[in-house]
Design a protein around this ligand. Structure first.
Ligand SMILES: C[S@@+](CC[C@H](N)C(=O)[O-])C[C@H]1O[C@@H](n2cnc3c(N)ncnc32)[C@H](O)[C@@H]1O
Length: 262
């Protein structure tokens, strides 16, 4: 296993228990935790088979199941899989979870799905988008689709420590897929933990071109001015979406892509 991915596996494992309890708590007051953008753009997925890539502890996978899909999930961290199974047991829902590095998953997983789904803070943990896109193609049924709802790389360029002060300064280079080492992990749904982790910056063209090169046809790409977590001093606009007070409507914070095989 790539040593960076090995470090990420250990780091993500540290958060699994906390994420399980936090997401379970959120399900006490809400039936579905998905962003309304996702629900709208996915359309009717009832009775479709769906695989959730980088599913964490299965929280969004559970919401996808509640939209009627027959769900599976794959994630790198073994404890995420343990807690995803536990969450599904708690809510008496059927789902299948696989522990795997997505960079290798396609080499041994033969099943195909109507929907391949990824969202919110996932793809920056992957070093090789060509391998990622090849895996998506491999997992898709002939008439299936891939859906991505992800943090916009324009937003990711800025120094996160300055957002609470409503200041902007570029900290991370947009170009070049450079890896950034961090001594901590998490903080978006549970307390941040000490854990060495590695994240690769990406550009919009990195993502789109990898999908095209693998043979996918882009049906749409959309950009949004709200974010899937509170980066500091943001307005909560409901169901896990936040807007900057100062820059609302002025900069892209999330993007989505739908792609098909033909
Ligand atoms: C920010 S979380 C994604 C959260 C997601 N939005 C959800 O549904 O909860 C990123 C996830 O990617 C997983 N991950 C990181 N690198 C991976 C890899 N190489 N293969 C598979 N999963 C990976 C981590 O274990 C973590 O659960």
């Amino acid at each position: 296993m790539n040593p960076y991915i090995k470090a990420n596996k250990e780091a993500w494992n540290l958060l699994a228990k906390d994420h399980y309890f936090e997401f379970k708590r959120r399900y006490q007051t809400r039936d579905n935790l998905l962003s309304p953008d996702i629900i709208k753009e996915l359309g009717d997925i009832s009775d479709k088979t769906l695989i959730h890539l980088q599913c964490n502890t299965g929280s969004d996978t559970l919401s996808l199941a509640r939209l009627g899909a027959k769900v599976s999930g794959v994630d790198l961290a073994p404890d995420n899989i343990v807690y995803a199974n536990k969450l599904f047991e708690d809510f008496k829902t059927e789902g299948h979870f696989y522990e795997a590095d997505l960079m290798e998953f396609g080499n041994h997983h033969q099943e195909k799905y109507d929907v391949v789904f990824t969202s919110e803070g996932a793809i920056g943990w992957l070093p090789d988008f060509d391998q990622w896109a090849k895996t998506i193609v491999q997992l898709l049924n002939k008439d299936g689709f891939f859906y991505l709802y992800e943090i916009h790389p324009f937003f990711l360029m800025f120094d996160e420590d300055l957002f609470p002060k409503e200041e902007l300064d570029i900290r991370y280079p947009y170009f070049g897929r450079q890896v950034d080492k961090s001594e901590t992990i998490g903080g978006y749904a549970a307390e941040e933990r000490i854990g060495e982790s590695y994240y690769w910056m990406y550009s919009i063209s990195d993502v789109v071109n990898a999908l095209i090169k693998a043979g996918l046809k882009i049906e749409f790409i959309h950009e949004f001015d709200h974010l899937c977590y509170n980066a500091g001093n943001m307005n909560d606009i409901g169901v896990g979406s936040y807007e900057f007070k100062k820059w609302h409507g002025k900069m892209p914070l999330m993007f989505s892509i739908k792609a098909t095989l033909s």
